[in-house]
Ligand binder design. Sequence first.
Ligand SMILES: Cc1ncc(COP(=O)(O)O)c(C=O)c1O
Length: 358
Amino acid sequence: MSRVYNFAPGPAAMPLPALERASSELTEFGGAGMSVMEMSHRSKMYLEIFERVKARFNQLMGVPDGYTTLLLQGGATAQFSAAPLNLLGENDQAAYADSGNFAHGAITEARKYGKVVIAGDSSADKYTYIPAIDQTKLTGCKYLHITTNNTVYGTRWPQLPETVDDVPLVADMSSNILGEPYDVRRFGVIYAGAQKNIGPAGLTVVIVRDDLLGKARPSCPKVMNWKAQADSDSMLNTPPCYAIYLAGLCLDWLDAQGGVAGIDPVNAEKARMLYEAVDESGLFANPVKPSDRSRMNVVFTTGDPDKDESFRKEAARAGLVNLKGHRAVGGMRASIYNAMPVEGVAALVAFMRKFERG
Ligand SMILES: Cc1ncc(COP(=O)(O)O)c(C=O)c1O
């Protein structure tokens, strides 16, 4: 077996022990005579898997009483629509921070369903920093939406914004959920596509404070209706059964690393190593305001598209793959989620230094 260091932004590297376990259970699970993929989602055996995965997620994330966790399909993109459909009446307004391309995508969807107030915006500066929130814009808003980590531009909110008048914080946490500690009590809603830090693509996790359930407008599609999904324990229709099972194996791996408290310093160290390599180099540069740098997606460039291309090609030959930056940014992006080991980052840093020496 030959595994590369995969710096993809998502779907992304998954922990090898989780993949090996899945491989050993692929054709037959737990004496059932069938794969998890072949089980009814309502069977006793599958329901046990489902409840165990949900409990593991809640434990790792520290989801307190008074919140409901949903395991859904549709990706974070479906939640761009679900958030306004569940929280806004037709004449209501919500505040959004425009901090990156997915944040912008969430705004575009929300505008279809209600009035959007932009409470912070770094688009004019190519999203190279996290915008300050103008508190005065929050009055009368049903929620404030932020994207805790901006996957494309490589920024992260260093502190969560304060809100006023109990305006709940709704967060797209797709690219740094479970990568660092968050106090769920600070949020009204958290949602995330699984394919970076939770497991494979296909699963979307939504955590909703219970008082925010039951406010959906009548036209909200029932699969997007958080209350309807909560009432049927996320089984209003067929859930992404196998993705949930695989996420469970990845979450067990995270638990064995000491959970979020255990992985947090490792992630901090990986990011420190990479930014140090970029900052010390005379070849590579990172455009992000230092205090707002992402710990999950490190963007860098030589400033010369041809040189960037040769860097990526040579890196791939050295087993360091998927380093291409998003088309909106160019250059390189190293996504270093939980499953990327320190050794992978050390190998990338060594390669960067070698490339620079020529
Ligand atoms: C922060 C963020 N939000 C939303 C999305 C879109 O997620 P999905 O493809 O699960 O709909 C992504 C995907 O990369 C993301 O990084």
